[in-house]
Design a protein around this ligand. Structure first.
Ligand SMILES: [Zn+2]
Ligand SMILES: [Zn+2]
Length: 666
């Protein structure tokens, strides 16, 4: 509702929303039917034919419900229109039948009909009621089936004929014939309408089939399913399904409770209320479908929680809006992994609360992932407004206190098992992560406060961060061991095995790889810097220049590149993480790489004429240096070779080297 446009547009949007809500509401019954079929009692003591029939009916029910569930909006409305038209017709026939044959009309002069007291207690009022009822049913029928011609009036007349028979007090057998004829005509008409629509039905089914097949061929199954998922608003349907189901159960349980307690008051005792909630939660995850519904509800909660926190800490990161996706997926996987819906009710509650604890810690980790970049950008940009800093610090403090509280409470109530171990490990890991973030934040803040170049800052930040990463990595390995233990001695399901593999890949392998890469980048950069000549003391005053990266003066020392530009060692190192060329003139800083490049590249792309396309040359150089950095990561380069290379560079520093570099970039 954020878009504020002209009133017409608003009306149109409201209109669309009403239609969308109606569409969702119309699809929900399908889920109810599927759920009922899955949960229905299965009688295996019957004959083989009966069992076969039962299975066939169940499959048919699931198939039809699934089809209706994924119908397009137009077809869905049509389906419901026809179904309700048939229902109206059936009701009308039944009412006629009942009125003509079973109501003692002569007695009705003084008594009631349908259990309703008719006020004047006379026949005419009953007739009137019947006529109005039949008229309503008839009009509803022709409206829903969209019969416009003279034909429609005939149908209504047909429905009224038995009532006329009643009014004129015809003998019983004639009334019977009238009712029969009227029903027959109505049935014939319905069949006729169906036959006429059958052609439309055939063509539209064929069209949809071709469309789906086409889409499947072009986009594949996954995109097709994603598209359907979004088109029918499946999460909304699941939410409505789960919430209405819970509400209905709550109403029934409340009613039973009041019956059992024989009280009339609206309020129930605290214990009863607690029981009620437990029962609702237990039955809220008794099948895969209801677990899905629960996930959808959790998704909404997590989504708004995530948005709220993002707004509170003032982050605009688009990527961080995924909490509404991550939390339900995690919940669902945990439920599958622990076989939640198949457990006995009392076990289910315990398992669910355990899963919820794990989910909570995971969500807290995610929130830490949202606050960390904000914390860093605030400290690095030297924003000093307290109002900007407070929310992030507050959330960080909560992220520290909550896990501590959670572990304390859990350790207080439960004995150690694999689950408690996992939750505690997650909590401790989160606390450590928060401490690392806050330490780095403090370092940057101190740096901002003193406003002089702090040469060691980068090293300190690196040490703190890498300590955090190493601890995280150790926790990843420990959690893997814990998972392996659970799998071997407690419950070994396929889903758990898959999750273990994912964990091993993302939390152990990728983390180790990234850490190693950072370490190697750093080491390479340090080596490159150390290969450059350093200027100190009196020569530094001779230059009387500032560093071209940070515009600060040289206080202790400066490094000089082969292209005769001066930088702080620290500034140049940061630059070399990203690019291998001088920030001033884009020539290569590190000569040894160039020797190798030259021998590799000289035959395939030839030479670029001087200054013909310098930008491309720079880009190429950058790409090459990147590639080499990566190569350095994968193949642990020999220290001896490196030392030898450094030796070569030292020999070449001077005009010869400059010439050499110029040759290469040209
Ligand atoms: Zn500098
Ligand atoms: Zn330069």
């Amino acid at each position: 509702m954020a878009a504020v446009g002209p009133p017409q547009q608003q009306v149109r949007m409201a209109h669309q929303q009403v239609w969308a809500a109606l569409e969702v509401a119309l699809r929900v019954p399908c889920l109810y039917i599927i759920d009922a079929i899955f949960n229905s009692y299965y009688d295996s003591s019957q004959s083989r034919f009966c069992i076969g029939l039962q299975i066939f009916l169940r499959l048919l029910g699931i198939f039809v419900s699934s089809i209706v569930l994924i119908l397009s909006q137009r077809s869905l409305f049509k389906f419901y229109m026809y179904s309700s038209a048939f229902l109206l017709a059936a009701t009308s026939v039944l009412v006629n039948y009942y009125a003509s044959l079973h109501i003692d009309f002569y007695g009705a002069y003084n008594t009631s009909a349908f259990g309703i007291e008719l006020l004047p207690r006379k026949g005419p009022s009953l007739w009137m009621a019947l006529i109005v009822l039949q008229l309503t049913l008839g009009i509803g029928y022709i409206t829903l089936l969209q019969i416009h011609s003279i034909y429609s009036q005939l149908i209504i007349l047909d429905l009224l004929v038995p009532v006329i028979g009643l009014i004129t007090e015809l003998p019983l057998h004639i009334r019977e014939t009238l009712v029969f004829t009227s029903s027959l005509i109505l049935t014939l008409n319905t069949v006729l309408v169906l036959v006429v629509k059958l052609k439309w039905f055939y063509y539209s089914t064929r069209y949809v089939y071709l469309l789906v097949r086409h889409m499947y061929r072009i986009y594949g199954l996954q995109l097709l399913m994603e598209d359907t998922w979004k088109r029918i608003r499946f999460p909304d349907i699941l939410r409505v399904f789960w919430l209405t189901r819970i509400t209905a159960q709550a109403t029934v349980l409340m009613y039973i409770l009041r019956m059992a307690n024989e009280t009339d008051s609206f309020f129930i005792s605290w214990d009863d209320f607690w029981d009620l909630i437990c029962n609702l939660i237990i039955s809220g995850c008794d099948s895969t479908l209801t677990v899905l519904g629960m996930s959808a509800v959790i998704s909404s909660i997590a989504h708004y929680l995530g948005l709220g926190i993002l707004a509170f800490i003032g982050s605009t990161e688009e990527d961080d809006r995924r909490l509404g996706f991550v939390a339900p997926v995690l919940f669902f996987i945990l439920a599958l992994q622990t076989g939640l819906s198949g457990l006995r009710p009392e076990e289910r509650l315990i398992r669910l609360s355990r899963n919820m604890c794990l989910l909570l810690t995971a969500v807290l980790h995610f929130i830490h992932g949202m606050t960390d970049p904000v914390l860093m950008s605030l400290s690095a940009s030297h924003v000093s407004s307290f109002r900007r800093h407070f929310p992030v610090l507050f959330v960080s403090a909560c992220l520290f206190i909550l896990p501590v509280l959670l572990s304390y409470v859990l350790w207080h109530h439960y004995a150690l098992n694999t689950w408690l171990f996992a939750v505690t490990a997650f909590c401790v890991e989160l606390c450590l992560k928060v401490i690392v973030s806050l330490t780095v934040y403090t370092l940057f803040m101190i740096d901002g406060y003193y406003n002089v170049l702090w040469e060691k800052l980068d090293d300190y930040v690196y040490y703190v961060r890498s300590t955090g990463n190493i601890i995280e990595f150790i926790f990843g390995v420990v959690m893997f061991g814990n998972g392996a233990y659970t799998m071997m001695f407690e419950s070994g399901s396929k889903i758990r095995a898959c999750m273990m593999c994912l964990h091993a890949y993302f939390n152990i392998y990728l983390q180790a790889k990234n850490g190693w890469k950072t370490f190697m980048n750093r080491r390479t950069a340090v080596k490159k810097i150390n290969s450059l000549p350093e200027i100190k003391g009196s020569r530094l005053q001779e230059i009387d220049d500032v560093c071209a990266i940070c515009y600060h003066e040289f206080t202790t020392s400066a490094r000089i590149t082969p292209c005769n530009h001066y930088f702080h060692a620290l500034c140049l190192r940061k630059w070399l993480y990203i690019q291998d060329t001088c920030p001033m003139c884009h020539q290569k800083v590190y000569i040894e790489d160039d020797i190798k490049d030259n021998s590799n590249v000289s035959n395939n792309n030839g030479f670029i004429a001087p200054n013909e396309n310098p930008e491309e040359a720079i880009r190429e150089a950058a790409a090459e240096s990147d590639r080499e950095l990566n190569e350095d990561d994968s193949t642990d380069c020999d220290d001896d070779v490196q030392r030898e290379r450094n030796g070569v560079i030292q020999q070449h520093t001077g005009p010869a080297a400059e010439e050499f570099i110029n040759d290469d970039t040209d």
